[in-house]
Design a protein around this ligand. Structure first.
Ligand SMILES: [Zn+2]
Length: 611
C-alpha cells in the first residue's frame, strides 16, 4: 500500500494514497500546486545553493550541516507525488555512499563526533523516509538498496551503547522501514533510541538537556518541551514503537503528553513553540501572539503525531487538532503561488516589512514569506506533506470507512467507493455520494467546533430525518456513524454550521488576556493591513455577529471596532482604560489567517483587543 504511515495494528487503518483521490478544492488545489510548482521550486533552490552538488564532491561543501536532509525530504515528496525528477536526483545521492553504508556530505571522514549538533542520524531519518516512499511507490531500485545499506550501517554502529542523536527523526523512519521490509533490527534500534533518551544519552549543551528531550525518559515525561520539532518527531517515533511492540504504557504516556501540550502549550492556530532562541515550547500558557514561533515544521510534525495517535486510538480529538493545524499552519506557510514560505507563523506581526525577494532569508521570523532560507527545513517539509495529504483524509476499520477531513475527493475502502463533494471550509455542506455500494458503515467526523453548534445529517434515499446534535457511534465520540448497506446513488448530507464565532483565550494566557479572536469553521481569521486599517494597536472590537461576504470564493468577515483614545494625561497605567467610544468606531475587515501576507508588506493580528 502507498502511504507514509502503515502501522501493523491500531483501531483505524490507512487506505493508501491510491484509494483517496483529491479533486479540485482547498486541498486538491494545494496538492496540484505542490506537483506543479513547489517541488520544482525547492529543486531549483537546492541546486542554486549547491546542496545537491555537495553529493558529488566537485566543489567545496556549502550549506548547513543538515542540508543533506533537505534533498532527502524533497526525494520523499517527489516519490509520493510521482515527480519525474526522482531518479535523476536519487542517482546523485547513490554515488556518494561510502563502502560501509555511511552517507553524509558534512561529516564524511569525521563521523559521529558531534551527536549533539551534527544531525547525522537525523539526516539518516529523512533518507530512510525517502527510501520508504520509494519502496511503496515504485519498489526496489538502486536508491532503496542504498537506503537499506545506510540503515544496516546505522544499526551496526548504534544498536549497542548509550548514544543517540540531538535531533530525533530516525526513530519513526526506522519503524516505517521495518514496516516496509520486515527487518526487525530496524524496529529494535528505534525502540532502543526511544528508551535511551533521557537517561541521558547526549552531552551537555547551553540550552540544557530538555532542548533535545534528554532531561527525562520519554515514558516518564508529562508534557512536550524543548525544541518543538524535536519533541514532536520524538513523540511520533515513540507512538510508532509503542504500536509495533504493543507497549500500551508508552502509548499512554505520549497521549498524556499530547493532552497537556494541547491544553497549555498550543496556539489557536494549532501552531506549537513560543521561544525564538531555542525554537522551543514555552512554559504552560506562555503563548504570546507576536513572539509566537510556531515553526512550520512543528505544525507538520504535530499533524504527523496526531495522525499516528488517531490511527492507534480512533479518537476524534487527534483529527480535530490535525485539521486546525492543516488549515492554519500548513496552508498559511505556503504562498498562494507556491513560491515562498513562512518558517515561523506568529499570530501577530507588528512591522510591515518587504519580502527577501529572490534572496536567501537569514531570518526565520521574517514578516513576509521567503523563497528560501539558510536553514530551509520548512519548504521541503511542506512539499512532502502536501504530496502525501490524501493519507490523512480517510481511514478504514472492520466496520467500514471513516472520513476525517472534508475536501472534494473520491474515497475507496471497505469495498465501497464514495465521492465527497463540498465547498469546505468556505461552506459547511458536505455531500457523500455512494458510487459503489457495500455493507460497511460510513463514519463522518463532526469537528469539535460543530458538535455543540447544531450540525445535522440526513440520508435522502431512505427519507430519514437523520440525526442532529451529539455525534457518537461505533467509531467513537466525534464521529457520526451511518450503517450500511449502501447502494450506488445513495447520499449522505452533512451540514456543519459555519457561523463565525468569537473565541476567548484561557485567562491564564497572560499575553492574550483581554483579547478575542474570530473563527469560522476550521479557519482562524485575522486583521491585516494594508487596506484594512486603522492601526491595529488602537482598536477594541465589539463582539456582535460578524458580517460575511464572499470575494473570489473566499469568505471574508467584517466586525465593528471602537477606536481607543489614550488616557487624558498620556500615561497608560492609571487604571482607567482608554475609551473606545471616544475615538469613534470603524469597520474592521478580517481575512482567513492562511491568506495573510499575500498582498505585500502588512501588519497582522489574530487576537484583537476586546471592547
Ligand atoms: Zn522548519
Amino acid at each position: 500500500m502507498v502511504d507514509p504511515v502503515l502501522p501493523s495494528s491500531g483501531l483505524l487503518s490507512p487506505l493508501g494514497l491510491e484509494s483517496v483521490r483529491l479533486a479540485p478544492g482547498f486541498w486538491g488545489d494545494r496538492l496540484a500546486l505542490d506537483r506543479e510548482v513547489i517541488i520544482d521550486h525547492c529543486l531549483e533552490w537546492m541546486e542554486k545553493e549547491g546542496w545537491i552538488a555537495n553529493f558529488t564532491g566537485e566543489q567545496p561543501r556549502r550549506g548547513r550541516e543538515f542540508s543533506d536532509s533537505e534533498i532527502y525530504k524533497l526525494l520523499e515528496g517527489m516519490a509520493w507525488a510521482g515527480h519525474p525528477g526522482f531518479e535523476e536526483l536519487a542517482a546523485v545521492v547513490v554515488q556518494a555512499q561510502e563502502a560501509d553504508g555511511y552517507l553524509n556530505t558534512r561529516w564524511s571522514g569525521d563521523r559521529y563526533r558531534d551527536l549533539e549538533w551534527g544531525h547525522e542520524l537525523y539526516c539518516y531519518g529523512h533518507l530512510l523516509q525517502a527510501g520508504v516512499a520509494r519502496l511503496r511507490t515504485h519498489g526496489e531500485d538502486d536508491f532503496t538498496a542504498l537506503v537499506r545499506r545506510a540503515a544496516d550501517h546505522v544499526c551496526e554502529v548504534f544498536v549497542e551503547g548509550t548514544r543517540t542523536d540531538g535531533h530525533p527523526c530516525l526513530e519513526m523512519a526506522l519503524v516505517e522501514l521495518y514496516r516496509s521490509t520486515g527487518a526487525e533490527r530496524y524496529l529494535e534500534l528505534a525502540r532502543r533510541l526511544v528508551e535511551r533518551r533521557g537517561l541521558p544519552a547526549l552531552g551537555t549543551i547551553p540550552f540544557g538537556p530538555a532542548y533535545f528531550q534528554d532531561d527525562i525518559p520519554v515514558r516518564q515525561a508529562r508534557v512536550l518541551r524543548g525544541h518543538a520539532v524535536r519533541a514532536l518527531y520524538l513523540a511520533s517515533g515513540a507512538v510508532d514503537v509503542a504500536v509495533e511492540t504493543g507497549d500500551a504504557e508508552l502509548l499512554a504516556a505520549v497521549e498524556a503528553q499530547w493532552e497537556r501540550t494541547v491544553a497549555r502549550r498550543t496556539h489557536l492556530t494549532g501552531g506549537m513553540g513560543s521561544r525564538h532562541a531555542d525554537e522551543a515550547f514555552g512554559d504552560d500558557f506562555e503563548l504570546p501572539p507576536d513572539r509566537a514561533y510556531a515553526e512550520t515544521c512543528a505544525g507538520i510534525a504535530s499533524i504527523m503525531l496526531s495522525h499516528r495517535l488517531l490511527l492507534a486510538t480512533g479518537r476524534a480529538r487527534y483529527a480535530d487538532l490535525a485539521e486546525r493545524t492543516m488549515y492554519n499552519v500548513l496552508a498559511t506557510a505556503v504562498a498562494l503561488d507556491g513560491h515562498s514560505f513562512f518558517y515561523s507563523n506568529p499570530l501577530q506581526v507588528r512591522v510591515a516589512a518587504p519580502a527577501a525577494d529572490g534572496m536567501v532569508s537569514h531570518a526565520a521570523a521574517a514578516s513576509l514569506r521567503s523563497a528560501w532560507f539558510d536553514v530551509s527545513c520548512c519548504p521541503s517539509n511542506i512539499s512532502r506533506t502536501l504530496a502525501s495529504l490524501p493519507a490523512y483524509v480517510a481511514t478504514t476499520d472492520a466496520g467500514g470507512v471513516q472520513v476525517h477531513h472534508y475536501t472534494p475527493a473520491e474515497v475507496r475502502g471497505a469495498g465501497m467507493a464514495l465521492r465527497v463533494e463540498t465547498g469546505y471550509p468556505w461552506s459547511g455542506g458536505v455531500r457523500v455520494r455512494v458510487l459503489e455500494g457495500g455493507e460497511g458503515a460510513v463514519s463522518l467526523r463532526v469537528p469539535a467546533w460543530a458538535r455543540d453548534a447544531g450540525y445535522s445529517v440526513h440520508r435522502p434515499d431512505d427519507g430519514s430525518p437523520g440525526a442532529a446534535g451529539a455525534a457518537g457511534g461505533q467509531a467513537g465520540p466525534g464521529y457520526l456513524t451511518l450503517p450500511g448497506p449502501w447502494r450506488p446513488g445513495d447520499e449522505i448530507h452533512l451540514d456543519l454550521p459555519t457561523t463565525p464565532r468569537w473565541t476567548r483565550p484561557d485567562h491564564r494566557a497572560d499575553a492574550l488576556r483581554g483579547t478575542v479572536a474570530v473563527e469560522r469553521g476550521p479557519l482562524v481569521y485575522c486583521a491585516e493591513s494594508p487596506g484594512d486599517l486603522p492601526p491595529l494597536a488602537d482598536i477594541a472590537v465589539r463582539q456582535a455577529p460578524p458580517a460575511e461576504h464572499e470575494a473570489d470564493g473566499v469568505v471574508e468577515l467584517e466586525v465593528e471596532a471602537g477606536l481607543v483614545t489614550p488616557a487624558p494625561d498620556g500615561w497608560p497605567y492609571d487604571g482607567s482604560p482608554g475609551s473606545p467610544a471616544a475615538g469613534g468606531s470603524t469597520t474592521l475587515r478580517l481575512i482567513p489567517y492562511h491568506r495573510w501576507g499575500n498582498r505585500g508588506p502588512a501588519t497582522m493580528r489574530i487576537w484583537l483587543p476586546a471592547d
